[in-house]
Design a protein around this ligand. Structure first.
Ligand SMILES: [Zn+2]
Length: 562
């Protein structure tokens, strides 16, 4: 399919899509942010603090005018909230070079003191909780590298403007003013996008209608009926076409809406047909799609992709796999579209279940990547799903931990994808009961539905429901770069084994095949334990011990007497 389609993409006008990839899996992105010293701004944006904790956002009413003529945004966000406790200073976030023009409450302009990309707004009536409106304008991301600009200003194949926001890691405040803190989501949100009449404005949630303005622009109104994380909010503008479908889902009819660029309509009808079997597979394994009220959408974007809630950004060029590549090296990843599958899995893990700590982003990426294996399993069988996930290990670098520091915005380490997925695959082996494992996944979706969580919430849920001691398993894989090594040695008729390269107390059971004994579970610790292997059952030259490859561990033979 990639070959027949490639000709249609000759006209692609984004000069170098590779520079715009936000879902980096390239070597250059392997280093986690943990190595860098967090800036003051990272901490101001990433952490809860007294100017944030006293108020809880209930509704964002965002109005943004997208002006392709001079690459500017302008608009306002009316913020409704409830006071959890008394407070008078409210932190709003808006990143330079955007300018906060004014903050208004009850028709009165409020005092706002700037601290870098944050504004400390003084509310005269404290906890009275009247809505606050922040007016702003400017050139979002101007002067910053494309990957951190928050807005991609592109053109379609006939030179018409094509604009899309994307701000994971860099923060939603790169293009609109808000409480840019992952621990507080509004209960619902309106997004009104104003674009030149020649374009269509597409955003999250349900389309409510459009109004043609007198100045040659049209305002498209969208409404998100549930909580939404800030980086899940997006504005798109382009010459979009539209088609729709319906899925008979677990919770009833689910509307599917597709927004390709007009010239790609026919191609999109074919390639995006994958959405239905994908949604059915994920509903089976992860529980009902989390946003029936808002529906499911795919929206073509001038960058690779992003899990914008109920409006997945798609830029995989309608190629199989990841821009025509299989990240697993097994060939299985070329059977489906990486962006359709991976980003949609984030509707469950990332959008419905969202981490409140930037350093816990591994929860989003580990489960979304693991879901790629589940989709492969749905298409084939358990073995194929496992093969795909095991194949992803070729991309693990182990250069830094996948869990980040607390309260610092922008944490990223690409190992959270492949390694994270393999941690989950390993835990499935420990659970050793597919029905129970599936119920744990569905239980996570049900228990934490539409909520913000910490990584610890997820770890503790899996441990509790599985009845397994997983604390040190998570500690090993999330906070260290060492792969547990099962060391073994053979002396006479005794095979001895122990864990090495592990955190203190690590005692994860593991399934192995021992020559002469066959398949069995071992319960290694850091101390040597021995097993009698019947004399005469071993063949010289054959492996004494093989670890089940479904476990993300290594095995190595130690010299006798070590
Ligand atoms: Zn992802």
């Amino acid at each position: 399919m990639g070959h027949t389609l490639s000709k249609q993409w000759v006209g692609w006008t984004v000069a170098c899509l590779a520079t715009l990839l936000l879902r980096q899996t390239e070597p250059a992105a392997a280093q986690g942010r943990g190595a860098a010293v967090p800036t003051h701004a990272d901490s101001v944006r990433g952490a809860d603090n007294p100017n944030r904790s006293w108020w809880d956002v209930t509704f964002y009413d965002l109005h943004v005018r997208v002006n392709p003529a001079d690459s500017s945004f302008a608009g306002w966000n009316r913020i409704s909230y409830r006071a959890v406790q008394p407070g008078q200073t409210m932190q709003l976030d808006l990143q330079a070079p955007l300018e906060l023009d004014s903050v208004v409450q009850d028709g009165k302009r409020l005092d706002a003191r700037q601290d870098g990309d944050a504004y400390l707004v003084t509310l005269p009536r404290g906890g009275a909780a009247a809505p606050v409106t922040a007016y702003y304008h400017g050139h979002p991301g101007r002067g910053r590298p494309p990957r951190t600009s928050g807005v991609v200003w592109a053109q379609d194949s006939i030179g018409a403007p094509w604009i899309a926001t994307t701000d994971q890691l860099v923060g939603a405040s790169v293009w609109w003013p808000l409480k840019d803190f992952a621990g507080d989501e509004p209960d619902s949100q309106r997004i009104a996008v104003t674009v030149p009449d020649s374009l269509v404005g597409v955003s999250n949630g349900r389309f409510r209608g459009s109004v043609r303005n007198a100045d040659g622009t049209t305002t498209y109104e969208w409404f998100v009926s549930g909580p939404i994380n800030a980086y899940g909010v997006a504005a798109n503008a382009g010459r979009y076409a539209h088609f729709a479908d319906t899925l008979k889902g677990e919770s009833g009819p689910l509307t599917l809406d597709f927004w390709p660029l007009a010239p790609h309509l026919d191609t999109a009808r074919v390639v995006w047909g994958q959405a239905k079997p994908m949604l059915s597979c994920f509903e089976r394994w992860l529980g009902p799609y989390p946003w029936y009220a808002d529906g499911y959408k795919l929206i073509e974007a001038p960058y690779l992709g992003m899990e914008h809630q109920s409006g997945i950004a798609y830029g995989n060029k309608f190629l199989p796999g990841y821009l025509g590549r299989d990240l697993s090296g097994t060939g299985l990843g070329l059977e489906w579209d990486y962006i359709v599958i991976h980003e949609s899995a984030h509707e469950w893990f990332g959008n419905s279940i969202s981490t409140r700590e930037p350093g816990d982003l591994w929860v989003h990426e580990a489960f979304a990547t693991y879901a790629e294996g589940l989709y492969t399993e749905c298409r084939h069988d358990r073995a194929a799903g496992a093969k795909y996930l095991i194949g992803l290990r070729q991309g693990i670098r182990n250069t830094g931990p996948i869990a980040g520091p607390r309260g610092v915005a922008g944490w990223y380490n690409s190992d959270m994808y492949f390694k994270g997925a393999n941690v989950l695959h390993t835990i499935r082996q420990l659970v050793d009961d597919d029905g129970k494992w599936r119920e744990i996944l569905r239980g996570l979706s049900r228990t934490f539905r539409h909520r913000t969580v910490t990584g610890a919430d997820i770890e503790e849920y899996i441990a509790r429901e599985s009845g397994l001691q997983l604390g040190l398993v998570f500690e090993q894989y999330l906070t260290t770069t060492s792969v547990p090594a099962l060391e073994y040695r053979v002396e006479g008729d005794t095979l001895s084994y122990r864990w090495a390269d592990v955190v203190t107390g690590f005692a994860m059971p593991v399934r192995v095949v021992i020559q002469g004994l066959g398949e069995r579970w071992l319960r290694p610790t850091e101390a040597w334990q021995g097993l009698k292997v019947p004399a005469g059952t071993r063949t010289a030259g054959a492996a004494d011990l093989q670890v089940d490859e479904n476990f993300y561990v290594t095995a190595r033979k130690a010299e006798p007497g070590r």
